[in-house]
Write a protein that binds this ligand. Structure first.
Ligand SMILES: [Fe+2]
Length: 323
């Protein structure tokens, strides 16, 4: 579909430490995907600790957490009353560090019935209140940050009823075909609204394009990719492949950014595809969105707090890697 990875050029005018020195006066969000894996609590904890120390080191005050799906793997006893809400979320990412809404989208593991469908429990937990967990519906939109917003964020459910002609990954619980159509119509209406912020971001669990083992998603390419292009969406944020990625395509207005290193076991890069970039790393970590009305800055950060990749996105769609 696309001829080649975009040629990206570092902006020489950036200060040398721009890559690793966040602007404390901007809006900030940290994001994690594929994080709530009770079989790999050590990995999840190390990412959570890195998020907290990075926050303290740079004196950041977060405006949001983005939870990119596969929020809980495994059994989830008690549904809305499951103690894992407390241990694996509220305490793992403590409020004294992350005093902000945590916007969640559903991953494929959140559709599992263990014993109740975890997505339903997460929406009920959000609706109950007295929590940062924010998941008012399967698909919804919000402004980031809430005060003086610079980005309009559209959060989607990417658990398509059929992927490649069969039930996605063998999971019995996915969205219905009717829901897929409803969401698509809603998405078109949302994107057709006059943009009141400099930036527009779409978030979902499944990547449209990925160099990881799940690869490119045929349904999302058919349903969503033309809309991202038509409406010049600045960022598409996802998880699902357990790695950190950034993909650019020649002439495409959207930067595709994947943060799936939140705790679950890591995945290898596919070796049968033509290498696309500019970035792939099989590593645990998290990602950082810094936003002003002039510029978005995206960073991938490993568990040692090292910024291993960073780039900026301008309102006109220009992406520039920070060397
Ligand atoms: Fe997933």
């Amino acid at each position: 579909m696309f001829s080649a990875a975009a040629a990206l050029h570092p902006l020489a005018s950036f200060a040398a430490d721009r890559k690793s020195s966040p602007n404390p006066h901007a809006a900030h969000a940290l994001m994690i995907g594929d994080w709530g894996d009770d079989r790999h609590l050590d990995s999840q904890s190390s990412v959570a600790r890195a998020m907290a120390s990075y926050t303290r080191q740079h004196h950041l005050k977060h405006d949001a957490l983005f939870l990119l799906g596969d929020n809980f793997y495994g059994e989830f006893p008690g549904g809305v009353d499951c103690p894992r809400f407390r241990t694996d979320f509220e305490e793992m990412y403590p409020k004294d560090v992350f005093n902000c809404p945590a916007y969640a989208v559903p991953g494929n593991h959140d559709y599992e019935a263990r014993p109740e469908i975890k997505l339903h429990s997460q929406m009920a937990y959000s609706a109950r209140g007295n929590t940062r967990w924010t998941e008012p519906a399967q698909w919804y939109s919000y402004k980031f940050p809430l005060h003086k917003p610079v980005a309009t964020v559209i959060a989607l459910d990417s658990n398509m009823p059929f992927a490649d002609g069969k039930l996605a990954h063998g999971f019995t619980h996915v969205m219905t075909e009717e829901q897929r159509q409803q969401q698509l119509e809603w998405l078109k209406l949302e994107l057709a609204k006059p943009l009141t912020t400099p930036f527009r971001i779409v978030i979902a669990h499944h990547p449209v394009f990925s160099n990881g083992p799940h690869g490119d998603h045929k349904v999302l390419i058919a349903d969503w990719e033309p809309l991202l292009r038509e409406h010049k969406v600045h960022l598409y944020l996802a998880g699902h492949d357990h790695d950190l990625q950034h993909l650019e395509f020649e002439g495409h207005p959207t930067s595709f950014f994947l943060s799936g290193g939140g705790g679950a076991d890591l995945y290898d890069e596919r070796d049968e595809v033509v290498q696309r970039g500019p970035f792939f790393n099989k590593v645990h970590g998290f990602s950082h969105l810094e936003a002003t009305d002039k510029l978005l800055t995206l960073r991938h950060v490993d568990t040692d707090g090292n910024v291993i990749h960073a780039f900026t996105k301008s309102p006109d769609g220009t992406a520039s890697i920070l060397a």
